[in-house]
Design a protein around this ligand. Sequence first.
Ligand SMILES: [Zn+2]
Length: 327
Amino acid sequence: MRFTTGAIRVEPDRKHVVLPRLGRLRLHESARKLARRVEAGTARIMSATVRRDGGRWHVAFTVQIDRTDRRPAQPGSVVGVDVGIIHLAVLSTGELVPNPRHLHGAQRVLRRLGRGLSREAGPDRRAGARPSRRWHRARARLGRAHARVANLRRDGLHKLTTRLAREHGTIVVEDLNVSGMLANRRLARHIADAGFAELRRQLAYKAGWNGGRLIVADRWFPSSKTCSGCGTVRTKLALAERTYTCATCGLVLDRDLNAARNLAALAGEAVDARSGRESPNGRGADRETPLAGQVAVKRQPGTAPAGQTGTVPPQGRTTNHILTRAH
Ligand SMILES: [Zn+2]
């Protein structure tokens, strides 16, 4: 349910919101960050959307925000990011970003509940059978577990993307989740793909906010098959090979780290291809300076242009809040 007119506001106690028709609703957690911005005049609530997901009610506000210009801590720094399953991500800096705590446990629960659901008597149209009450309960449990896995992973991704966007001037990711294809188990694959799409979405707008840029590698770029040491491209790389071994230069490196380094190396080429000239200091990323003084423009989440142009995209965002029972 979406509200675009009428009085939408956060109560002074920051624990309640008022929506048209629904009235005063209690929030599960404080909306202090949003309230602070509204009170300071740097944010204006445009609309509110109420939906039910994973057994919880949520309200999402679309907000116009005035943001101050930011610069990454290291504007000339480039980082390649390879998203995986075993790790949340592998960075070209050599850092292995672990999955959020409890994620593996939550995934195990997910598989168990999935098996449990399949044992219950579900709907059968040919037999005209309605699903049993136990089936409904099992399905609700599975839905909540799915939401929890998605939440854990999204939270981990937010922490990662915020850190990357604040630190590095240039972030390079793949166009497709190539390393995610490693795991052919359907569940793991599905979760990694969802995480990959989310990572790119977050990096696109956060790079813009922080004055950096996001480069998306061409989908045919062989990030996994290329040697990050000498550039030799292998014709074949078995899915099970976790270590990249180069017959030409003798490089032996973790497969994902090799891919991440190849992605990072793309940054220089991307700059050269676009501008056709070298920057004075020879470091292309330094020339990607953000444009000053932007005015907030409303946009839907997920449609922000990738920060490839080096300009700051229109600023707008959605904040999500969990609702408790209405009072
Ligand atoms: Zn090599």
